[in-house]
Design a protein around this ligand. Structure first.
Ligand code: PMP
Length: 283
């Protein structure tokens, strides 16, 4: 496998950045995860826009202009001969003598990796759905920034996995669902309205979330962007997750409570079909 590291395409085994990289010491960096389907980067432009926004919010210099970045990303896909995969892009503030404050001079560091990922296996899993577990959301106040500082997300996901659940559903201090540890969360209420939390500083504006909102509108499905409580989620007609690697993934049990019939609902099924078509029609 080949990685891109600060200007060079190198074998992944042995690829390295310095131990004084601020990403390593302070988690002072941002990232993107992009789906590769049939060799194409899915929703590349919104991912690049979100990356630039994350860098801007942290006053971080871009490691290169957006045009060269597009070339680097497709070159990593090409060199790894990936048809279906997951591309990871990380930018940090670079290497500098350890000090919390921004260094006067540092070159941002850029790494890009790509591995195979089986979306068809995910779509198969969506036919039965997954279990989830609620976990208190203990993250910081800027979850809209796609920061590599992911310890609360890591701990939440592990708390779920250790109980056999696929995802952790994060709950804020008001008892409302924010999002998943690496996904956005949606519910369908008794009137077949889709409900998902509005984007603000407490959730990541998911690219899959935005695509799904568009697809819902195209399919004449009502979308209400508002917070919903864990209690509402338990009573939902349907509950599902969206993300780059999960697509549209039904939750059939939450905290051991069966959601609706315990089988994926029809709306999630329709939206997944629409999302697959979207993936296949990306340029
Ligand atoms: N929320 C969080 C916290 C995430 O980490 C992710 C995935 N990176 C998402 C939501 C889903 O975002 P996307 O649809 O862009 O993959």
């Amino acid at each position: 496998r080949i990685a891109y590291v600060n200007g060079a395409y190198v074998p992944l085994a042995g690829a390295a950045v310095g131990i004084e990289d601020r990403g390593f010491q302070f988690a002072d960096g941002v990232y993107e995860g992009i789906a590769v389907r049939k060799g194409r980067l899915i929703d590349l432009e919104p991912h690049l826009q979100r990356l630039w926004r994350s860098m801007g919010e942290l006053d971080m210099d871009a490691p290169m202009a957006v045009g060269p970045m597009r070339l680097v990303l497709s070159e990593v896909v090409r060199q790894n001969r990936i048809a279906d995969g997951f591309l990871y892009v990380q930018v940090t503030r670079g290497e500098a003598r350890r000090d919390h404050a921004f260094p006067a001079f540092s070159r941002p560091s850029l790494i890009v990796t790509c591995r195979r990922f089986d979306y068809d296996a995910v779509f198969t899993r969506a036919a039965t759905g997954v279990k989830a577990k609620s976990v208190p959301d203990i993250r910081w106040g800027r979850c809209d920034i796609k920061s590599i500082s992911l310890l609360p997300n890591v701990l939440a996901k592990q708390a779920a996995r250790s109980e056999g659940a696929f995802e952790a559903v994060l709950i804020d201090t008001d008892g409302n669902v924010t999002e998943g540890s690496s996904t956005n969360v949606w519910m369908v209420d008794g009137t077949n309205t889709l409900i998902t939390r509005a984007t603000s500083d407490n959730i990541l504006p998911g690219i899959t979330r935005a695509v799904l909102a568009d697809l819902a509108a195209e399919h004449q499905v009502r979308v209400d962007t508002r917070p919903f409580s864990l209690e509402e989620a338990y009573q939902a007609r349907e509950l599902f997750l969206t993300s780059t690697t999960s697509g549209v993934m039904p939750i059939v049990a939450l905290d051991g409570r069966t959601i609706a019939s315990g089988r994926p609902g029809p709306l999630a099924g329709r939206l997944l079909a629409a999302y697959k078509t979207h993936m296949d029609s990306c340029p």
